[in-house]
Design a protein around this ligand. Structure first.
Ligand code: ADP
Ligand code: MG
Length: 296
């Protein structure tokens, strides 16, 4: 039977909006030595704004944004909403025919838009799908060093331009990371975004630079979770539960953020946060440790 302290611990956590799916996870939480975070939507708010866009020399920025906007209407990624909103705010018609839309996880989206094949996504998507070496111009690269995500747009296999989108770091992220580190839990990042954006956000929230990994596919996140589990013992991964499902499942403790209303995220995770507040992480580890001490 489950010791009373464990039941009390689970109930107290539930009261704070934290669902822990059993005493076993309380024990693993107590032992955790490392926490890895997804970036977009987890350390950041996941609400992007377009901060810069430009076409390749000789190209036309509005026609690039129109094609990108039409394509992104088919994507649920937070980057997509920013590009659609920006194109709409410029008065561009977003009603071109879109067909055969395909989302490439961790990379972007490709579809037929009117008579063109259009791709919007990271540099990796361009090299994979457009057989083109992408040289990001300095004007765009500068945004990435400030933490912006760089999206490339290709039309009919040719690079057409760039859109830089910026997200906001969650207010409580730095304090939440500092509290974990104080408990002896090292903190890293596993993101599909580019190196510049990853490094900027990591330094803003105080992550351990050697534990920051960028340009990852969902299966790369999983491999790194396995690697750190071997190196550190119990590992926590915190993600938004949609793109992060393999990493959440592989972690000793998968924590899904802001899951109110998402049954799928609750199912994938061992711990579900019904709030978006990262600052409840250190207290639940504290609670798990004290419940565990009382048992031993
Ligand atoms: P994270 O690991 O930070 O949550 P994702 O795995 O969701 O990021 O996505 C990784 C990267 O793939 C994004 O930073 C973005 O560059 C690109 N990407 C994914 N989906 C889209 C999309 N619909 N439009 C443009 N870019 C996208
Ligand atoms: Mg994410």
């Amino acid at each position: 039977s489950t010791p009373v302290v464990v039941v009390t611990g689970l109930a107290r956590a539930a009261h704070e909006g934290v669902l822990i799916k059993g005493g076993r996870y309380l024990e693993l939480l107590a032992k955790a030595k490392i926490a890895t975070f997804d970036k977009t939507g987890t350390l950041t708010q996941g609400r992007f704004q377009v901060v810069h866009s430009e076409a390749v020399p000789g190209g036309e920025v509005n026609s690039m944004l129109q094609l990108a906007g039409c394509l992104e209407r088919t994507s649920a990624h937070p980057v997509a909403a920013a590009i659609v909103g920006h194109a709409a705010s410029l008065g561009l018609a977003l009603d071109l025919d879109v067909s055969e839309s395909e989302e490439v996880p961790g990379q972007g989206v490709i579809a037929h838009v009117a008579e063109h094949v259009v791709a919007v996504g990271n540099v990796r998507l361009m090299t994979d799908c457009c057989a083109e070496d992408v040289a990001v111009p300095p004007s765009v690269a500068e945004w990435s060093t400030k933490g912006a995500t760089v999206c490339c747009v290709a039309v009919d296999g040719q690079l057409a331009g760039f859109v830089a989108v910026a997200d906001t770091v969650r207010d409580e992220a730095a304090a939440a990371v500092a509290a974990l580190r104080k408990q002896g839990v090292v903190c890293g990042m596993l993101t599909g975004d580019g190196q510049g954006a990853a490094a900027a956000i990591a330094s803003a929230v105080g992550l351990d630079a050697k534990l920051v990994h960028s340009q990852l596919l969902p299966e790369d996140k999983l491999d790194l979770v396995e690697k750190y589990k071997r190196e550190y013992g119990a590992l926590i991964h915190v993600g938004d539960g949609v793109n992060d499902a393999p990493a959440l499942a592989a972690a000793d403790i998968g924590i899904a953020m802001g899951v109110a209303g998402s049954a799928m995220a609750i199912e994938a995770a061992d711990v579900a946060l019904f709030t978006n507040d990262l600052q409840c992480l250190a207290p639940i580890i504290g609670l798990a440790r004290s419940a565990h001490r009382k048992i031993l």
